[in-house]
Write a protein that binds this ligand. Structure first.
Ligand code: FES
Ligand SMILES: [Fe+2]
Length: 362
């Protein structure tokens, strides 16, 4: 069960280059994404309503798409334009169209009621629109439910054990740091975590000159419905008073991650890791991308195995510890929103089950 009336990331813009017809399952629905000749990004249900062939196997014609089974052509709104050999076009012969917004290289999709698709509900993030922040966009596929990835990002004590030699730096991180601020919000939470007077973690050491200097490290996390993660990371020389606002000689990062359910047990994971200090040295972005992939593969291994253990015993009940407070809050908020979406408006009668197998379109 997924929340439908909200924006999800469907793709990065680079995935739609060269007229590519991208077939992507989102929330268990097969969607076709492409950029038309007008430049607009178009999302249609990927199943031709005639006999169910895949439109992504079809041919893009300007902003339109032609199913290459019997040649029926649809426009960017999913309306049928042409049936070879038949003049009359039945109004029912149309493909579902999904609202799309392209913003800061991200392609956002609305999988719910199109009438409720309001672009101001996109959780925009200022650094993505600011050229001083640089980074290379990337994608990973997970064989795990997206909420397991949200859980993972909700508790940074895992940095110490999963990422000791990559993103974390030491097991000490889990013992000596605590989330100092946990702010529960209507559609998510914020967590602040400081690690004072510590060694720089390996991914950061690779892109700085003074590799032995001690640092004060701050991770400030924001997690938003349906699975959107933004994190400010600041490294400052140890002891200079960063916690009181002194950011002199700071090295900063902005981490953006988007979890979009593919199916009940698989996830599309989009991310970009931004820095504001590389200047013209693009090797810094390249190094950070390498480090993040290395780190995320560590998460992926553990989370995909966790997915399997959970599937093996559906009666297994997870037991909470204090650090789970943010993720427990997130799941409560999400459950409420999903439940509200499922409840039919007062006074309506649920539709009868069952559907006709075929409707005559002649
Ligand atoms: S299945 Fe698409 S035109 Fe027949
Ligand atoms: Fe991780």
């Amino acid at each position: 069960m997924f929340l439908k009336n909200c924006w999800y990331v469907a793709a990065w813009d680079y995935e739609l280059i060269d007229g590519k017809m991208l077939a992507r399952t989102l929330l268990n629905e097969n969607v076709l994404l492409y950029r038309g000749d007008s430049g607009e990004v178009i999302a249609l249900n990927n199943r031709c309503p005639h006999r169910g062939a895949l439109l992504s196997d079809g041919r893009r014609e300007g902003d339109d798409v032609r199913c290459m089974y019997h040649g029926i052509k649809y426009n960017k709104d999913g309306r049928c334009l042409q049936i070879p050999g038949q003049d009359m076009i039945p109004p029912k012969l149309r493909v579902r169209k999904y609202p799309i917004v392209e913003s800061a290289r991200l392609i956002w999709i609305w999988m719910g009621d199109p009438a409720r698709a309001d672009r101001t509900l996109i959780p925009e993030y200022a650094p993505l629109h600011d050229p001083k922040w640089r980074g290379l966009p990337a994608y990973l596929h997970y064989d795990a439910n997206y909420l397991l990835i949200v859980d993972n990002l909700s508790d940074f004590s895992h940095l110490a054990f999963v990422h000791t030699n990559t993103l974390g730096g030491s097991e000490e991180y889990a013992y000596v740091t605590k989330p100092v601020v946990v702010e529960k919000q209507e559609r998510g939470f914020r967590v602040d975590r400081w690690h004072m007077n510590s060694e720089a973690p390996p991914f950061h050491k690779k892109v700085i000159r003074d590799k032995d200097a001690r640092v004060d490290r701050r991770n400030h996390v924001t997690m938003l419905i349906p699975g959107i993660f933004y994190m400010e990371t600041t490294f400052t020389p140890a002891g200079q008073g960063a916690e009181k606002g002194n950011l002199e000689n700071a090295r900063e990062y902005r981490n953006c991650q988007y979890m979009t359910p593919e199916t009940d047990r698989t996830t599309h994971f989009f991310w970009v890791y931004l820095n504001n200090f590389e200047g013209t040295d693009t090797t810094i972005s390249a190094s950070l991308l390498d480090s993040l992939i290395e780190g995320f593969l560590e998460d992926k291994a553990i989370i995909e195995r966790q997915q399997k253990t959970l599937e093996e015993d559906p009666n297994f009940q997870m037991l909470g510890i204090l650090a789970d407070a943010p993720l427990a809050h997130f799941r409560r908020v999400l459950d409420k929103l999903i439940q509200a979406e499922q409840e039919p408006p007062a006074g309506t009668v649920p539709a009868a089950a069952g559907a006709a197998k075929q409707t005559s379109l002649a």
